[in-house]
Structures are given as C-alpha cells and as structure tokens.
Ligand binder design. Structure first.
Ligand code: ADP
Ligand code: MG
Length: 597
C-alpha cells in the first residue's frame, strides 16, 4: 500500500492530508493506520523520531471519534510541553475539516483555569503532559472516565523523565475497555513493562531495523582531553562557518553554561532546557527556526521533537548516559533527504562507548582530528570570500563611496583584496596562531595525565549513596555548592555512606572553608583531604567495591599546563568578538535577548 486513500481514511481527512502536502504515507503510517482503523486492539509501535508517528495515531483517532459528542474520547500523553503543543497543532491540522472538533492541550507552566475552560467546551481529544494531567484529574477539572483511546507518545522518554507513577495514576481513571496505543522510538525494559502492565495482547509494529540511524547521517568522533571539550566545540564551530546545529549536553546546567559561554564568545547560540520558562523556550525555538540561532544547546528531553529539517550537524558535547539516546540525537540531522553529520566529542576513557554505539547503529564512526588553528583560518577566509562574492550590493552606501574611492585611488585590486581579507584573517590568525593541538593521543595514559595528580587534591566527604547521591548528583551538588565550573570537580566516587572527589589544588582552601560549617538536613557535612595516592578507594575505609569506576574514569582530566593552554583557546579574546565580521549567517539579528536566562 502506498497511498493514503488505500489506508482506509475518509475523504475529509484525505483532503487535509493533501493540504498538508503529504504525498505518501510513511512506513509507520502504512502499518499503523489500517490496523488502528479496523481493529480495537492495543498497539505498540516502535519507530524513530521524525517518522510521522503523530499522523499514524492522529488520523485513526480522528476518524474514530464522534465529533458530535462533547465527551472526551481520546487522551494523548506526551513528555514535554513542546511536544504537547506540537501534537495539538498537528491534530488540529489533520482535523481541519472535522466540523465541531475540539482538541485541547494540557501542560504545566500555563494557566490551569484557561485549560480547564477549554476542556469544558467539550474537548473530544486532550493532549497532555502527565504532570499537569494528574493535577487536573485530582482537581476534577477533566473527566477521562469515558475515553475510548489512550495514546502514550514517546513512551520511552516519558519513562526516562520519571512519569511512570503519573501515567499509572492517570490510566487508573480511564475505562478498562479503551484501546491503548503506545508509540516509542526505543524499547527499553521500562517500556515493555508498561506494555505488559497496561495493555492487552497488543499488536506490534516495528519500523526499520530497530534503533539504526538515518542513512544520511555520517558519524565522527573527536578525542580530546576532558578539559578541552569547550575549546574543541568552538573549533568545530569555527571550522564550519555555515553550521546550523543542535549541541547536546547531559545536564540542564551544562546546557545553560555552554550556551552562555558560546554567546559570550560571540557565537549565535541559545539554550533549550527544562529550567527555562515556556516563554523563554518559545523564543529560543523561534530564533532557531528562523536561523537567528546557529547553535542550539539542548538537553535530550528538551530537544525531543524539535522538528527542524535542515540541521547540518549534531554535536554530542557529552555522550548521553543511555547509549540508545544517541540515535535520537543523531536523528535530528540528515532529515528530509539531506545529509548530516553527527559529531561526538569524547575523552579517552569514553572511547569504548563508540564501539557500543557502532553496534547499535550498525554504522562505523570516523575518527577525526579537531582542526588546528591554520585550518580554521583558511576555512574562515574562504567562507568570507564566498560570502562577499555572493553579497548583494546595498546602494545605501553609494553616497559615501566617493570618499572611499579617493582613499584607495592608488591601490590595485590585488592590494585591496589582500588588505581587505587581512582584516579578518589577522584576527583569526592572532587568535589561533599559538593554539595548541587539542587532540588527545589515543594510546595509554600520557605522562601529562599521570602528573595531574600533583595538581589536584582528593577529598573525602561524609555523604554517599545512603543520602541519595550517585556520582552524577554528587558532582552536581559539589559544583553548585562550591560554585565551581563544569570540569572542576572530577573523579567523583560515591560509596554507601561517604564519597571521594577531586578538585584542583587551587580550589582546596575554598572546599575546606565551605564545608567547615555546612549543614544538610540538620547534619554537619565533613570534608577531609585524603592521601594523595588514593586512586581506587581509600584503604582507610576498608575494601570498597566501587563498581562504577568506568564512569569515574570519564572525569579523569588531562594535561599539565592545560590552564595556560586553556586561556588561549577559550579565555582569550575570541575571534568571534569583533563586530565587523561575523562569518556566521545572520549577524544583525543575533539573539542577545536570549542571553543569561
Ligand atoms: P515523530 O512523532 O515520529 O517524531 P512527527 O509525527 O512529528 O514524527 O512527524 C515529523 C514531520 O514529518 C512532521 O513535520 C510531519 O508533519 C511530517 N510528516 C508526517 N507524515 C508525513 C508524510 N506522510 N509525508 C510527509 N511529511 C510527513
Ligand atoms: Mg512524535
């Protein structure tokens, strides 16, 4: 079957499809729509992001509900506000010829009264995020006791975000007889648990080979020292002047920080993560869609469902915790028949993750070098030349040309070109001429790395797993408490009732001072310096089974003399700062307003 007509959709829906410009149904649509139309079974459908899942459940739902009734008949749960709004809009477009159709979005961060009012008007379909939905149920602002269809969209992501209990509670307010349709990009254990728990003998659809990435995406990795991540990111951006990219970080905090640094360094960047208000997120997304932002720094959750077609590069600033998430990330590029590149910045200890990803995506990575300074100068120079070549002349400059021409009366074209381009070239050249090689040697630990112990101090702290920490949350806690930067706390090792971490020796007084009088939940938190040579758990505390040393390893920083080097690559005046030339696209509308949320 390869037309929408053949799937069994009614004429008014076919007309809407035509208006949308959809020519052929995607694979998941071909498989899901006929089944959902003809049966009342539950369904589990696995298909990558961007494969048209919304239409796969949206059209059957629209065909099956009764628009003459004002009862809520369909509930669609989705993980984020963005997605919720996106789905609502799509469904409205699909149902533009369904007279009397009322689709309502329910999500946090907006007026609950307003949303309740919309529901009261007789919403046949509600699209909701789990948190707000649960809230509205408990306040009796919605009635889902008569629904026929429940959709769990992006089920894997909802579970990742910890919505299991909310979903359970929401579904307990729905009738037994309804059909449940679950859509997910991946099938981790948690999703199969949901399928088992809440569904009866579901039909199963899998599209494409599971978890393989788009054919149009090539994968590259760059091996750097953990403290050079940011410098490496900047170089990658500088080496691709027309980049239009999503940069993924692991935490909201890193997302915000990287975006802020990029903006400070003169790049057109913006942050997208869950700590921003809805309004801030809308502004960032709008700027990104308009290409006023060339680099969108985002968390995985916030980037879910970003539906922008011409992203040239996805940059994994840090690899995701779940390897499967990598597929979602790289799926943001190489869409709509275009090619794309997914870049991964990794440290030595993460190298083995690349192998794991290769297995999952069934594609090889190319190991590439972070470009050196001269390569970047060359790329920038050529980009500028092309930009000037393609620039339309603005005749507003005509009145001033006489004076300018007079100034250059004696200059030849050759000389003029040389001078003109030198203005920009010199700026990049001065910035990059002494820039170090950021590529980490891939052999065994280098001398520099071993020496690093001499510059860092290892601390013992009397909180651990029992207090609810893991290495990640411990690291976040310490960085927050001590107001330290991204990579300033490392080698975090969390045991049951205590933990270890390193900071550079310069930060030692700060750490000791801060914890000399610090209480958490009414308890004093102690920090002590441990012996230098502590590497695999301090013997003083007996035999500790770390168990996660592979994680810890990823925080091993490298490089003696790195501070000096670092200031060259990201501390010094960035070549981007100049206001006269911004090689990146639309410089007049740089997103200043997105700065410092
Ligand atoms: P998913 O939920 O699988 O990530 P979406 O439903 O958000 O994907 O669809 C991604 C994009 O593809 C949307 O812009 C949607 O309008 C578009 N789309 C969906 N189905 C088709 C189709 N059959 N032909 C062309 N575009 C489509
Ligand atoms: Mg979707």
């Amino acid at each position: 079957m390869n037309t929408f007509q053949q799937l069994g959709l009614e004429d008014h829906l076919l007309q809407a499809i035509k208006d949308l410009g959809f020519e052929t149904p995607s694979e998941v649509q071909q498989k899901a729509i006929p089944t959902l139309l003809s049966e009342e079974n539950d369904l589990v459908a696995l298909a990558q992001t961007g494969t048209g899942k919304t239409a796969a459940f949206g059209f059957p739902m629209l065909q099956k509900i009764d628009v003459n009734s004002r009862t809520t008949q369909g509930l669609i749960l989705s993980p984020t506000r963005e997605l919720c709004l996106q789905i609502t809009n799509e469904i409205k477009l699909y149902g533009k010829y369904c007279k009397g159709l009322n689709v309502t979005a329910i999500y946090g961060g907006a007026s609950i009264t307003e949303q309740a009012k919309n529901v009261k008007r007789g919403a046949q379909i509600i699209v909701a995020t789990p948190g707000r939905m649960k809230d509205m149920i408990s306040r009796r602002l919605v009635d889902i006791s008569k629904i026929d269809y429940a959709v769990l969209d992006e089920a894997d992501e909802m579970l990742n975000m910890g919505f299991f209990e909310d979903i359970k509670s929401i579904l307990s307010h729905t009738p037994q007889e309804k059909s449940t349709w679950l859509f997910s990009a991946t099938m981790p254990k948690e999703v199969s648990i949901i399928a088992k728990k809440f569904m009866v003998a579901p039909n199963e659809i899998t599209v494409g080979s599971k978890n393989t990435g788009s054919k149009n995406v090539s994968h590259e990795f760059y091996l750097v020292g953990s403290r050079d991540r940011y410098a490496a990111l900047k170089r990658l951006a500088d080496a691709h002047p027309n980049i239009f990219s999503v940069i993924f970080c692991r935490t909201k905090r890193d997302t915000q920080k990287v975006a802020e640094k990029l903006i400070e360094d003169g790049y057109s960047a913006g942050a997208l993560h869950g700590d921003l208000s809805q309004n801030q997120r809308d502004i960032v997304m709008k700027s990104f869609r308009n290409k006023q932002i060339q680099m969108l720094v985002a968390t995985d959750v916030a980037a879910r469902g970003i539906d922008v077609d011409d992203i040239t590069h996805v940059i994994n600033y840090q690899l995701p915790d779940e390897i499967e998430t990598y597929t979602h990330r790289s799926g943001r590029t190489g869409r709509a028949g275009k090619t794309g590149v997914s870049m991964v910045i990794i440290t030595k200890s993460e190298q083995r993750k690349i192998k794991t990803i290769e297995k999952i995506i069934q594609k090889g990575f190319v190991k590439k070098d972070i470009p050196d300074g001269m390569e970047i100068c060359e790329v920038q120079l050529k980009a500028l030349a092309h930009k000037i070549h393609d620039t339309e002349i603005n005749h507003e400059i005509d009145p001033y040309l006489e004076e300018i021409n007079l100034l250059f009366e004696e200059s030849s074209k050759e000389e003029l070109i040389k001078k003109f381009f030198s203005v920009e070239f010199t700026r990049f050249f001065n910035y990059y001429k002494k820039a170090k090689n950021l590529n980490s040697p891939s052999g065994k630990d280098s001398f520099l790395e071993k020496n690093q112990d001499d510059q860092s101090a290892r601390f013992f702290i009397n909180i651990g797993k029992k207090d609810g920490y893991d290495w990640m949350s411990m690291k976040d806690f310490l960085r927050d408490a001590l107001q330290l930067g991204q990579d300033d706390v490392f080698k975090v090792d969390v045991k049951d009732s205590f933990s270890f971490f390193n900071t550079e020796t310069v930060n030692m007084p700060k750490v000791l001072e801060f914890f000399s009088d610090f209480k958490q939940n009414g308890r004093y938190i102690n920090v002590e310096i441990t012996e230098k040579k502590e590497r695999r758990g301090n013997r003083r505390f007996g035999n500790q089974k770390g168990g996660r040393s592979r994680r810890k390893d990823s925080f091993r920083s490298d490089g003696n003399g790195r501070r000096k080097e670092r200031s060259r690559d990201n501390g010094g005046r960035s070549p981007r700062r100049s206001s006269d030339f911004k090689p990146q696209g639309n410089s007049s509308s740089r997103p200043r307003r997105n700065r410092r949320k």
